[in-house]
Design a protein around this ligand. Structure first.
Ligand SMILES: NC(=O)c1ccc[n+]([C@@H]2O[C@H](COP(=O)([O-])OP(=O)(O)OC[C@H]3O[C@@H](n4cnc5c(N)ncnc54)[C@H](O)[C@@H]3O)[C@@H](O)[C@H]2O)c1
Length: 441
């Protein structure tokens, strides 16, 4: 496989629908890193290492020195938003990063001006931007996005482009017949079927243009058979859904540990307050529902209550998100976990995480963009389950249970990279070390 991976030559365009808190924090971070003003903390592509071969070989290179990733200096950013603010203005508005650091990269950020968005207020009621495309049909809107992609490619002389959805969470919808196959989907685009969300229009346009697409929100977007099969047909990687940050990150770190020790869990109550624009959008019950569904699946999947009713059969899992403007992007979350141990004796765990949502999400966007580009150059297409590590609600093939345990997700990702580069997969069995020892005696 290694020989077939195309080099990361030329410019990589990263196109982002939704230039809000997460996207601007990521772009500002990359520009600061390029100038030596900051470190890419939290990014596996930039700071992560990977073990190769046996433990005795002591090979532990940086991931970026092991797989051929695009260099940060070869990246150019673009995107769409319903507001006209350029990335500098949007970053100031988001209040995630200090004005001083933004000032030092102002000229780079000001260059990124949002293209007109594909937007439908019935999907995000709490937003009211005017930087929106108008067209007779959803199909025309898709064509307009394809034209944007092409113009961007030519203007910036990109050799490759990837797209990462950082737009607001859309209202909850379920898969229906219009999403079943590409014929129904394209007919739906042409007759303005209300069940086709704006994010699906971007995803369709990207895939048609051979552009890998990752979805950072919990919306269905490319998690529908029509777009999965189109991605396969076009040889394009897709991945989703919902960046794994904050409370869910903690959940997928802690729950596998409790489960590994066969400790029971009676209840897990998660609540948080946040005051950014994401919080405002999620204040609408229809949009919250999309997020809730994405967050709820995590515990059930790690703990498998059906198979272990004595430990997890009575698990009560509750999630609350509260819009609280004074906290801005600095989300504060509380988890109360009621667990029980030997002979059923109860214990409690309390977590109070004072996190910064976009600081946790930004490196995920960068990693996804670089890995999706790598996957495309390695001729991998369709759902990229090996990137589950980054998602709250990993997209998988139909009928396949997603893996939520962050440690298994990491092993899966690292083994995929080893597989791509022709290195031995690591099973962590380790018996061979002892076999060698016996033979040496
Ligand atoms: N921050 C995190 O930790 C985190 C974690 C998981 C998922 N997410 C998801 O990532 C997304 C972005 O989060 P954020 O904090 O940056 O939110 P944000 O509100 O600051 O940014 C979203 C941006 O998308 C724009 N937008 C909405 N609909 C659009 C459309 N159809 N086309 C183009 N632009 C559109 C909005 O105007 C806004 O500027 C949200 O869906 C959020 O739920 C964030």
């Amino acid at each position: 496989m290694k020989e077939q991976i195309r080099e990361a030559e030329g410019t990589l365009g990263i196109l982002i629908p939704g230039l809000g808190a997460v996207a601007t924090t990521m772009i500002a971070g990359v520009e600061s890193i390029k100038k030596g003003l900051a470190q890419p903390i939290g990014s596996l592509t930039q700071m992560g290492n990977i073990r190769l071969g046996k433990r005795t070989e002591n090979r532990y290179p940086k991931i970026k020195d092991f797989v051929p990733l695009a260099d940060l200096n070869d990246i150019v950013f673009g995107g769409w938003d319903v507001y006209t603010d350029n990335v500098y203005e949007a970053a100031i508005h988001a209040k995630v990063l200090e004005p001083g650091i933004l000032q030092s990269i102002k000229s780079e950020l000001e260059k990124v001006k949002p293209m007109k968005a594909v937007f439908d207020k019935t999907y995000v009621r709490n937003l009211d931007g005017k930087n929106v495309k108008e067209a007779a049909t959803k199909y025309d809107l898709a064509l307009a996005v394809m034209e944007d992609i092409e113009n961007f490619r030519q203007t910036h002389d990109c050799s490759r482009i990837v797209m990462v959805w950082c737009g607001s969470t859309e209202r909850y919808i379920e898969q229906e017949d219009v999403h079943e196959n590409i014929y129904a989907f394209e007919a739906g685009l042409k007759n303005n079927d209300p069940r086709i969300a704006p994010s699906m229009i971007y995803a369709y346009a990207a895939i048609k243009k051979g552009v890998p697409f990752a979805n950072g929100a919990p919306n269905l977007t490319c998690d529908i058979p029509a777009l999965v099969s189109l991605a396969k047909e076009m040889g394009v990687p897709v991945a989703g859904k919902d960046f794994k940050t904050g409370q869910t990150l903690m959940k997928t770190i802690l729950a596998p540990g409790l489960e590994a020790r066969a400790l029971g869990i009676k209840g897990w109550f998660s609540t948080n307050i946040l005051g950014n624009r994401d919080g405002l959008v999620l204040d609408d019950p229809d949009n919250f529902k999309t997020k809730e569904v994405s967050k709820l699946g995590v515990l059930e999947d790690i703990l498998k209550p059906d198979e272990r009713p004595e430990l997890y059969g009575d698990l009560y899992h509750k999630i609350r998100i509260n819009y609280y403007p004074p906290h801005g992007d600095n989300k504060e979350s509380w988890d109360n976990i009621d667990i029980f141990g030997w002979m059923g004796y109860s214990m409690q765990i309390k977590i109070n995480f004072l996190c910064r949502d976009s600081i946790l999400a930004a490196p995920i966007v960068l990693d996804l963009a670089l890995f999706m580009d790598l996957a495309h150059r390695a001729n991998m297409s369709g759902i990229q389950e090996w990137l589950s590590f980054y998602f709250k609600s990993p997209q998988t093939a139909e009928g396949l249970r997603p893996e939520h345990d962050i440690f298994k997700q990491l092993i899966k990702m690292q083994n995929t990279l080893r597989h791509m580069m022709g290195e031995d997969l690591i099973t962590h069995l380790g018996l061979d070390y002892y076999q060698d020892l016996v033979e040496a005696l």
